[in-house]
Write a protein that binds this ligand. Structure first.
Ligand code: KG4
Ligand code: ZN
Length: 381
């Protein structure tokens, strides 16, 4: 079959992105317009502002993705767009634009689940690097600002199927990074900043215990019932524990001093925030990250044993975290389990992953009709 060029469009949160991917295994262009500067003053994504920014950016971002790829509206074979989950208004911008464009161009359109996109970011790069053989069952941890989900992923003759075997019961891991950073006045988004600062603190300074959220039935007759094997996460407790630590250790004035020092800097760098952080804050940040990373790694490796996984994929914004990568690499190795991550660029939201996930659906002729609509709470099954 000749090459297939799919234009992907992603607008589920605070990145307006477009990319062209060739036959599901080569990123030909990848444009990401980040709205960080817009949301930074608020310490989190403001949904109304996100929609407005997507409206402004989507046309130039798509044009640039086509230009960078040496393609035109006429030469691409299909369009793919994020259907959900995500912010309702943000999703609507990408969806309306992609539907109108596909209709005008008379090209097929494919709706893609954002979480499936994150999984395909890894698969795409593995194929791009020449690794086409995956040992099944594959276990994927999707860990981002909105999700902490474990999926068993399987490739069937007519495409990929997913089984959710665990998820967060409250906050996502990335959300905990962002909320702790906001509480400590470290800036937005919190993940990359905490990743940087944690290298300067003692990860053993503060102990944050995590509960094992697994209700194994003691009755052997019920053992291995599906519900019994689920492995869930929870990250709202650690955020409260950090807040309690701040209050019981008189850290308010240090936080206020940092807020004043960084106030007026349009985009403080890691070095700026480091210079405004005392050792106690750096120890707290390092201990927080260490606890979250260990919980993510331990529960994922437990799930891998429980489901006899032969390959592990770790993806989503938090997969960019350096301690998470190093800990997974070393602990999965002791279990003899190969672990794959996307490059840092494809860990966070992008449209190459959407175009890649659409390719098997293109081959299966799974095209969307005019009724295609976005779904903020879309599940991956
Ligand atoms: O996948 P993503 O771009 O968007 C969602 O689908 O949510 O993930 C964004 C999340 C944010 O919470 C951000 O703080 C976190 O990923 N993140 C990180 C790092 N880089 C991004 N968390 C920890 N360490 C990082 N290096
Ligand atoms: Zn995402």
């Amino acid at each position: 079959m000749s090459d297939v060029y799919i234009l992907g469009i992603e607008s589920s949160c605070d990145e307006t992105a477009a990319a062209v991917v060739r036959s599901g295994d080569e990123v030909v262009s990848n444009v990401v317009y980040s709205q960080i500067a817009t949301h930074q003053p608020f310490g989190g994504v403001v949904p109304e502002l996100a929609s407005r920014e997507h409206l402004r950016a989507i046309v130039p971002v798509v044009r640039k993705a086509l230009d960078d790829a040496g393609q035109t509206y006429q030469t691409i074979d299909a369009l793919a767009v994020t259907k959900g989950p995500g912010l309702a208004g943000a999703l609507l911008v990408g969806m309306s634009y992609a539907k109108a464009l596909a209709f005008a161009l008379e090209k097929p359109l494919i709706g893609v689940n954002h979480l499936e996109g994150h999984i395909h970011a890894v698969l795409l790069e593995e194929r791009q690097n020449g690794n086409r053989e995956l040992a099944f069952p594959v276990l994927a941890l999707v860990v981002s600002g909105g999700h902490t989900h474990l999926y068993l992923a399987e490739q069937k003759s007519d495409g990929w199927v997913y089984q959710n075997i665990g998820h967060t019961r409250d906050d996502a891991a990335g959300e905990a990074f962002d909320k702790v950073a906001k509480l400590l006045e470290l800036g937005y988004p919190g993940g990359p900043m905490i990743d940087f600062l944690a290298k300067h603190g003692n990860p053993k300074a503060v102990k944050f215990p995590f509960a094992q959220i697994k209700h194994r039935d003691r009755n052997p007759q019920n053992r291995h019932a599906e519900e019994d094997r689920r492995i869930d996460f929870s990250y709202s407790g650690i955020k409260t524990a950090v807040l309690r630590y701040v209050e019981t250790h008189d850290m308010r004035s240090a936080i206020e001093r940092r807020r004043t020092a960084l106030d007026g800097m349009p985009a403080p760098s890691g070095e700026d925030v480091l210079a405004a952080s005392d050792p106690q804050t750096l120890d707290l940040v390092a201990s927080f990250q260490h606890a979250v990373v260990n919980d993510l790694v331990s529960k994922t490796l437990l799930a891998a044993r429980e489901y006899n996984a032969n390959t592990l994929l770790v993806t989503g914004g938090v997969a960019a975290n350096s301690e998470l990568r190093a800990t997974f690499q070393s602990r999965a190795a002791t279990q003899g389990l190969p672990v794959h991550f996307p490059s840092r660029k494809l860990s966070t939201d992008n449209a190459a992953m959407i175009a890649a996930a659409a390719y098997p659906r293109f081959l299966a002729g799974e095209f969307a009709g005019p009724e295609l609509s976005s779904d903020a709470a879309l599940k991956l099954r």
